[in-house]
Design a protein around this ligand. Sequence first.
Ligand code: H2B
Length: 114
Amino acid sequence: MPTPARPVELSAQHLASIPEWTFKDNKLYRRIEFGSFPEAIGFMCQAAFTCERMDHHPEWLNVYKVVEVWLTSHDQGRVTERDVQLAQALDAQLQKSAIKAPEAAARTSPAPHN
Ligand SMILES: C[C@H](O)[C@H](O)[C@H]1CNC2=NC(N)=NC(=O)C2=N1
């Protein structure tokens, strides 16, 4: 059952929960650079099912190994909790996936042993 869209003031708490995203032109935005084109497409294919389940869909653009994502609630003309929830879900997918955006992988990798 999709979460009903309701207007929400984007709080500092909301934005703090999705630090990879910026708020710009009434949309949440994230740029993700993967290691390769298949990794970028793999992310999009997997994300498509998450989006469908949540009945919320991104505007997105793929150029080679980069995926750019914009989230907004068209019916409300603004960012709502649904967008924040989808951003969190996409972040969680990136965290779980064997396919990691290089910048995310760098953050979560343990320090190398000498
Ligand atoms: C009925 C259904 O919830 C709406 O058409 C959904 C579909 N997916 C959507 N996705 C996004 N990003 N914004 C919307 O307003 C939206 N509306």
